[in-house]
Write a protein that binds this ligand. Structure first.
Ligand code: HEC
Length: 156
């Protein structure tokens, strides 16, 4: 019973495959002419479609937070991110880090802070560990601090 169903399904899937391929091909064509390509890193990147980023950490800003760029953020980025995400790192050494994702200054970090949280910070909802791609990696405590620093508005 289940077995024959499976056979029927496999059979249909095999038949449907080339048809789907043809349909998606002509679809693509139409899309391109309609100019329907994602405007990835357009302005501010607020909703770009490259869904590699994780969920927001959900980190909160405690009223007594003391984290600043000076006593935390700068060193965190230097230790864990700048070896790929720096203006001064070129070519193969970037390990494919996007050319417009550099964290050399507070202003640049600020601009991309939402994604930084989603890639590397820990909070009440999630521990995001996608970045950095290689060791050395921050401890859980450091990831929590990153989340807190961002949630508190990246104090200088
Ligand atoms: C070993 C190299 C390397 C290190 C170190 C590294 N990254 Fe990345 N990063 C990449 C690469 C490659 C990509 C692009 C691929 C991707 O998006 O998954 C990327 C992409 C990103 C993005 C863009 C995601 C998007 O789609 O908008 C963010 C944000 C990011 N990294 C944050 C960080 C942070 C924060 C750190 C430090 C904690 C860090 N990265 C450390 C290599 C690195």
């Amino acid at each position: 019973m289940t077995r024959s169903l499976a056979v029927v399904f496999a059979c249909c899937a095999a038949l449907a495959m080339p048809v789907m391929f043809l349909v998606s091909c002509s679809d693509d064509d139409g899309d391109e002419h309609a100019g329907g390509h994602d405007d990835d890193h357009g302005d501010g990147g607020d909703d770009h479609d490259k869904q590699d980023v994780g969920p927001p950490s959900g980190a909160k800003c405690p009223t007594n937070s003391t984290l600043t760029y000076g006593n935390f953020g700068e060193a965190f980025c230097k230790d864990y991110c700048l070896r790929c995400h720096s203006e001064n790192v070129k070519g193969a050494q970037r390990m494919n880090a996007p050319p417009d994702h550099n964290f050399d200054t507070l202003a640049e970090i600020d601009l991309l802070s939402r994604h930084i949280d989603q890639m590397a910070a820990a909070g009440d909802s999630h521990v995001n560990e996608t970045m950095p791609l290689s060791i050395p990696k921050p401890s859980l405590d450091e990831r929590k601090k990153l989340g807190e620093w961002i949630a508190c508005g990246l104090k200088e």
